[in-house]
Design a binder for this molecule. Structure first.
Ligand SMILES: [Zn+2]
Length: 574
């Protein structure tokens, strides 16, 4: 047996070597495979020609040394050039907003780790992330339970006759390739597999769960700490714990998760980790979990639907980005431009930022390999971005894609929502205080105009109510009394007893749809106490929600205190 396998290996090596050697140095009269094919060797260019019934290399033509590259004629130049990308109407960089404004923070109130907020959907990226780096190192750690071996011997499972080791070896190159293609060669992973002698063998049955949402990491880390206290957790950007694929129908399999567990045996005291239970060949699921562990990405699907098992529902004319991003659907090998921007796979030079400009024009390329602009970001408020990018899939998936990144919305509740239909040449779309007009498009991208409007302006939601509101003792702003009452025809009046503020902002919205704004003061510099604010432009027989924010500094800067909403209702019709 031993000799046979050595022999087989030798033959494979020979075969794979023989053809490139042959192709690299053709000889006049020797066989070739395709008429017209050319090959250059030692300064002679050979062409494959038909000689009788055979295909052979001709005697060749000597090449001049340093032959100048052919100069394209004016005509071919015009064909190659993408006119849209150099359209004179494009707003110059100098008229845009500084990129720092669009590289906005994450406002999600959860996800503190060790007392530190992990900015999962904004800038800067968490310390635990490899964002901005060109590569990452991953260690695959097989875990073995009495009832769940990591098989080296082949068994039949469904149609497949293989071992767990085979499946892993087949999948690793696919994972590496996925990162290369997703990042367009801007990032790659190195994947080591722990040698068999160091696999984590536990003398117990599998205690882990295959049910979505059950935290398996706490259990796993407890067992490792107890039974494998010497296991060293240094030197890798992610530890990938994987079980065998088990037998068809076996319990405790079918889930995958990522975490940043604390560990004793490591310099930093924590690791980035993923756990794959019975999903060795699910390449896109690995990539999704590495999205969490390497880049601190959020899940973009809805947890409520994952736990109830219902299918994705549309939220009006927007939905979670299942079609466009693997953090929303782990069967997809694609990422939204915003996610690529977060981790440095889109460079700052490929992203444009606007915030207050009345009207601007942009070219957005759908060619991932180009260095053209690929993403337009509009900062609506700190932590909230409206984004636009060009898509070039077939049929209705071609055109301008608009989406909202609202970091006030938590992980699992839809922080990123995409418009269901793309905008094509000649079409317009108004959304959250901005109108987008697609002026022109071609195979490579779109030329768009972004116009600021007053329609459906975005209003940041109030923070989750604190226990001690109003008058939080930690805030330098103190509110002792407040009321908002009707005052004359379709008007209202807010009165606050407040100290410690330098500016305020009040707005009135629909009670259900906070995006529908009826009145807004903007930031008003006013430190008076009491503070009286007149509200105008309301409609009759309707309920409104009012919100007042106070700031410790002028122009809406400094610390903010948000007062709970008061309702204004049933204004009489004039
Ligand atoms: Zn996930």
């Amino acid at each position: 047996m031993q000799r046979k396998s050595h022999l087989a290996l030798a033959i494979v090596v020979l075969l794979s070597l023989s053809s490139p050697v042959y192709a690299a140095a053709p000889k006049a009269g020797s066989k070739c495979t395709k008429a017209g094919q050319t090959s250059t060797s030692a300064g002679i260019k050979y062409t494959c020609v038909k000689s009788g019934k055979k295909l052979v290399w001709n005697k060749g033509v000597a090449l001049k040394k340093s032959e100048p590259a052919p100069v394209p004629s004016a005509e071919t130049k015009a064909e190659v050039k993408n006119l849209l990308s150099s359209d004179p109407r494009i707003t110059p960089l100098s008229a845009l907003t500084s990129m720092d404004i669009c590289k906005t923070v994450d406002k999600t109130p959860d996800y503190a780790w060790g007392g530190k907020i992990l900015h999962r959907n904004g800038f800067p990226r968490p310390d635990t992330s490899v964002a901005g780096k060109k590569s990452a190192k991953i260690l695959v750690v097989p875990i073995i339970f009495n009832d769940l071996p990591f098989r080296e011997e082949k068994i039949q499972r469904g149609q497949v006759f293989s071992s767990d080791v085979d499946l892993l070896n087949e999948t690793i190159p696919l994972i590496k390739e996925s990162f290369k293609s997703l990042s367009v060669q801007r990032f790659e992973v190195e994947i080591d597999v722990l040698p068999k002698s160091q696999w984590l063998v536990f003398n117990r049955d599998n205690p882990l769960s295959g049910v979505w949402g059950v935290d398996n990491f706490t259990t796993l880390m407890e067992i490792i700490e107890k039974e494998k206290p010497d296991f060293n957790f240094d030197g890798y950007d992610t530890f990938a714990f994987i079980s065998g694929n088990g037998l068809p129908g076996q319990m405790g399999l079918g889930s995958a998760q990522a975490s940043h567990p604390r560990v004793k045996n490591s310099k930093s005291g924590f690791i980035n980790a993923i756990l794959m239970l019975g999903g060795i060949t699910n390449t896109t699921l690995w990539v999704h979990e590495f999205g969490h562990s390497l880049f601190s990405f959020e899940d973009l699907y809805l947890f409520s639907q994952a736990s109830s098992g219902t299918t994705r529902q549309k939220l009006g004319n927007v939905s979670v980005p299942s079609k466009w991003d693997l953090m929303s659907d782990s069967n997809k090998v694609s990422l939204l431009g915003w996610n690529k921007f977060l981790i440095g796979w889109l460079y700052d030079s490929e992203v444009r930022c606007i915030s207050e400009q009345k009207s601007t024009i942009h070219y957005l390329s759908n060619r991932e390999t180009s260095n053209d602009t690929k993403l337009l970001t509009i900062n609506l408020a700190p932590g909230v971005t409206l984004a636009a990018e060009a898509k070039n899939a077939s049929g209705t998936d071609k055109g301008l894609l608009l989406y909202l990144i609202d970091t006030y919305t938590s992980h699992g509740e839809g922080p990123v929502l995409t418009q269901n239909s793309l905008i094509t040449k000649g079409q317009s779309k108004s959304w959250l205080g901005w109108q987008f007009n697609v002026l022109d498009s071609n195979e490579e991208g779109v030329l768009i105009e972004a116009v600021k409007t007053d329609i459906d302006k975005f209003v940041p939601p109030p923070p989750k109510p604190a226990d001690n509101n109003p008058g939080q003792p930690t805030s330098p702003i103190r509110v002792t009394r407040g009321e908002v009452v009707p005052n004359g025809s379709l008007q209202g009046r807010a009165t606050w007893n407040v100290t410690g503020h330098e500016s305020y902002r009040l707005y009135v919205t629909d009670v259900v749809d906070f995006q529908k704004v009826y009145f807004e003061t903007g930031y008003v510099n006013d430190s008076r106490n009491p503070l009286v604010i007149d509200i105008k432009g309301l409609v009759c027989k309707k309920e409104f929600r009012t919100m007042t924010e106070f700031f410790t500094e002028k122009n809406g800067k400094g610390e903010r205190l948000v007062m709970p909403s008061f309702q204004l209702r049933d204004l009489p019709c004039p």
